[in-house]
Ligand binder design. Structure first.
Ligand SMILES: [Zn+2]
Ligand SMILES: [Zn+2]
Length: 332
C-alpha cells in the first residue's frame, strides 16, 4: 500500500500536488498555484494561474496588480486534474482558507496560517476531519498562550484615557492585524475617528469594499499635531520608530503582535505598550485543533516544530516537519 499522502510532495518552495499539477502557497512563481491567503509570504505575484477565494484575489490585485485568478467560494468544490479541491475558512485574515484536497480515497487539509479566536474581520476556522493535517507552528511552544483580545484592547483604551494630551501609536501589520485592531476597538465602543498611516490606506479601503465597515478613518499624514492628541493612530510596524512618528503628540508606542509576549521583542522596537494580539494559533489552539481534526498524520510547515512534533507523538499521531522556506513570522 502506498504511503499516506504519497501524491503530494513538499519542496522547500512549497507543496506540490502531483495529480493536480499545482502548488500550494509557492514562494517561487509556478504555472498553477492554490493560495491560502493574501499575506506576502504565502501569496506571491506572477503565477501562471491562481485559485483562491475572491477576497484573497482582491488582496493580491491590490498588492501586485491583477493576477490571472479563478475565485473559489468557501464550500465550493472544484476539480483540478484528478484532485477534488475545496476552500474552508481558516480564521486568519479576510479571505483566508484551508485548502482541502481529496484524491485516492485520502483527504489532506493544508491549513495555511490559522487561529481559533473570534476575529470580527473574517469567518471563523472550520474543523475539517482528514487523514493528513498540514499545520503551521508559529507559536508552537507551551509558553505561547495568547491572552483574551478584549482585555488587551481595554489596556489600550485605558492608557489613552489616563494620559490626556498624548496619542497612542499602534504598530500593526497592514493586512489583517490593522483592520482587526480597528474592529476590536469599535466593538469596545470606541466610535471616534481612528487615524491611519498612508501605508494602511489601500487595504483598509479594500476591506470596506469587501463589506468590513471600519468606521471613520482619517489619514494621520497632514493632520495637525493638536488634532492628534488623545487619538489612536495605526501604522505599519516599520514606521513605529521612524521619522514619521516624531511629529505626533508625545506618542505612547504600542504594538499588536503575538510576539509581544516576549519582552525582548517589545524592547527591541521601543514598545511601551505591548499588546498581545495574534492572528496565529497559540499552543492551546494548535493542540486543540489537532485533537478536533483528529488526523492520522500531522505535517508541520514552519515555525517552532519540535514541541508540537513531540506533543503529536505523545498522542499517537505521526508527525513530520517539512522545513518549507520563505514563510516568515511577518504576519503574526
Ligand atoms: Zn498569514
Ligand atoms: Zn504565514
Amino acid at each position: 500500500m502506498a504511503r499516506l499522502g504519497s501524491w503530494i510532495e513538499p519542496f522547500p518552495e512549497g507543496i506540490y500536488v502531483k495529480p493536480a499539477d499545482a502548488w500550494v502557497d509557492p514562494s517561487q512563481t509556478k504555472p498553477q498555484a492554490l493560495i491560502t491567503h493574501g499575506h506576502s509570504d504565502h501569496a506571491r505575484g506572477g503565477h501562471g494561474a491562481v485559485w483562491a477565494t475572491a477576497e484573497t484575489l482582491a488582496i493580491m490585485a491590490t498588492r501586485y496588480g491583477e493576477q490571472p485568478g479563478w475565485p473559489v467560494a468557501y464550500g465550493e468544490r472544484i476539480r483540478l486534474g484528478e484532485v477534488e479541491i475545496s476552500f474552508v475558512p481558516a480564521g486568519h485574515v479576510l479571505g483566508s482558507a484551508q485548502i482541502v484536497l481529496e484524491h485516492a480515497g485520502e483527504r489532506i487539509v493544508i491549513s495555511g496560517d490559522y487561529k481559533r479566536r473570534p476575529d470580527p474581520t473574517c469567518l471563523p476556522f472550520v474543523v475539517t476531519p482528514c487523514d493528513i493535517f498540514i499545520s503551521e507552528a508559529t507559536f508552537g511552544l507551551p509558553v505561547f498562550r495568547h491572552p483574551d483580545t478584549g482585555s488587551e484592547i481595554d489596556r489600550l483604551l485605558h492608557r489613552l484615557r489616563t494620559e490626556p494630551g498624548r496619542c497612542v501609536l499602534v504598530g500593526a501589520y497592514a493586512l489583517g492585524k490593522a483592520q482587526r485592531v480597528i474592529m476590536e476597538l469599535r466593538g469596545r465602543g470606541h466610535d471616534e475617528p481612528i487615524y491611519i498611516h498612508g501605508a494602511l490606506e489601500r487595504l483598509c479601503r479594500l476591506y470596506e469594499e469587501l463589506g468590513v465597515s471600519l468606521g471613520e478613518l482619517r489619514l494621520a499624514t497632514g493632520a495637525a499635531k493638536a488634532e492628534l492628541a488623545d487619538k489612536i493612530i495605526l501604522c505599519p510596524p516599520g514606521a513605529l520608530n521612524d521619522r514619521w512618528s516624531r511629529r505626533l503628540p508625545d506618542p505612547i508606542t504600542a504594538m499588536a503582535s503575538g510576539w509581544m509576549r516576549i519582552r525582548q521583542r517589545a524592547r527591541q522596537r521601543n514598545v511601551e505598550l505591548p499588546l498581545i494580539i495574534s492572528d496565529h494559533a497559540d499552543w492551546d489552539e494548535l493542540t486543540q485543533t489537532i485533537r478536533e481534526v483528529a488526523p492520522k498524520e500531522v505535517w508541520i510547515t514552519h515555525g517552532r516544530e519540535d514541541a508540537l512534533m513531540h506533543w503529536c507523538r505523545m498522542h499517537q499521531i505521526k508527525a513530520r516537519e517539512l522545513n518549507l522556506v520563505g514563510y516568515e513570522d511577518e504576519d503574526d
